[in-house]
Ligand binder design. Structure first.
Ligand SMILES: NC(=O)c1ccc[n+]([C@@H]2O[C@H](COP(=O)([O-])OP(=O)(O)OC[C@H]3O[C@@H](n4cnc5c(N)ncnc54)[C@H](OP(=O)(O)O)[C@@H]3O)[C@@H](O)[C@H]2O)c1
Length: 301
């Protein structure tokens, strides 16, 4: 069976994806900066910041899935943090390419994470499609450079797919784990004016999309990975409260408080437009959780 190497595979998406790929019979190995972790998988060391990589990881890989990157929502975006967010994705991608070239590896595909932040922090009713241009804000520029580093694989003749991901819903962490804390305490409320869209995807759909990217040789280029059910922050939080059988009546959290707390990073909470999943659907992908209520009920069942 084909061997899939996942960079950053120890994170939220990587853990789910690893389980899915193993279930499908793939041979999975991970690239990590910390090979002391217990994962039950073959772990190869790398340190993209120092351009270090265990070349054994690359020589046997049929597919590389590039998930690695410093977490975008973990800390305030200081100058150093922005640099780390960008370089941990781009320099690591460049290191993978150098390693693939040096090993003369006949990779079948390179699949990179990207984010719907590509389209920018804008609140509008516009629906963004894959051919729309990137935004010039921090996340837009980061996603552009991240995807350009992936495109260098395509320039070498390797099929390359970029998965522009919305907020991933999982019961094992990520944004949802943070969102449910106030809701469980009975004080869940919308953020800002609550009219910003929240582009979301159930983690199982996201993993299925990665599997499709491996198996469907027609897939190439950028794909939005976002459920077709477009919800504003207010609608999303209300559904979350309903799924957890909690009240939803508290006044909105004022935007200024989040700006003081998080600086520009508050944009990921306060702004958002709609993102189309039509391209994936038209190429045969069928969402297991196309609507929010079913997705939340599945996660909280
Ligand atoms: N989760 C979401 O809602 C979401 C939405 C859109 C896009 N994405 C993107 O999808 C990818 C995976 O997301 P995730 O939620 O699984 O992320 P995550 O849980 O934060 O895991 C990312 C992994 O990247 C590695 N990493 C962290 N900092 C790094 C650094 N400075 N240099 C190199 N590697 C580093 C870590 O692995 P090691 O410690 O083992 O090296 C970590 O486990 C990320 O690029 C993320 O931006 C996620």
């Amino acid at each position: 069976m084909d061997r899939v190497l996942i960079s950053g595979g120890t994170g939220l998406i990587g853990k789910h994806l690893t389980a899915k790929l193993k279930e499908k019979g793939y041979n999975v190995a991970l690239l990590s900066r910390n090979t002391g972790q217990k994962t039950g998988l073959q772990l190869y060391h790398w340190d993209p910041g120092k351009s270090e990589i265990d070349s054994g990881a690359i020589s046997d890989a049929d597919f590389i899935i590039h998930l690695a990157g410093a977490n975008i929502g973990e800390r305030r975006w200081t100058r150093e943090r922005r640099k780390l967010i960008l370089e941990s994705r781009v320099k690591s991608g460049d290191l993978l390419l150098r390693s693939v070239t040096a090993n003369n590896n006949k990779l079948k595909a390179f699949i990179s994470a990207s984010a719907v932040g590509y389209y920018g922090a804008i609140t509008s009713d516009k629906i963004f499609y894959e051919e729309d241009p990137p935004s010039s804000d921090f996340l837009g520029e980061t996603c552009l450079k991240w995807e350009q580093s992936a495109d260098r694989f395509e320039e070498k003749g390797i099929r390359t797919i970029k998965i522009r991901t919305g907020v991933v819903l999982s019961s094992h962490g990520g944004a949802l784990a943070k969102m449910i804390i106030p809701v469980k305490m009975g004080v869940g409320s919308a953020i800002g004016n609550g009219e910003q869209y929240m582009t979301w995807i159930h983690v199982e759909d996201l993993c299925n999309i990665y599997v499709k990217a491996i198996e469907d040789v027609k897939m190439r280029g950028a794909y939005n990975a976002a459920a077709p059910d477009h919800r504003t922050n207010k609608e999303f939080t209300k559904s979350l409260a309903q799924a957890l059988r909690k009240p939803f009546w508290f006044p909105n959290i004022p935007a200024f408080a989040l700006k003081i707390l998080f600086g520009e990073m508050s944009d990921i909470l306060l702004k958002g437009s709609r993102v189309s999943s039509e391209k994936l659907i038209s190429e045969g992908y069928s969402f297991k959780f196309p609507d929010l209520e079913n997705a939340l009920n599945n996660l909280f069942r």
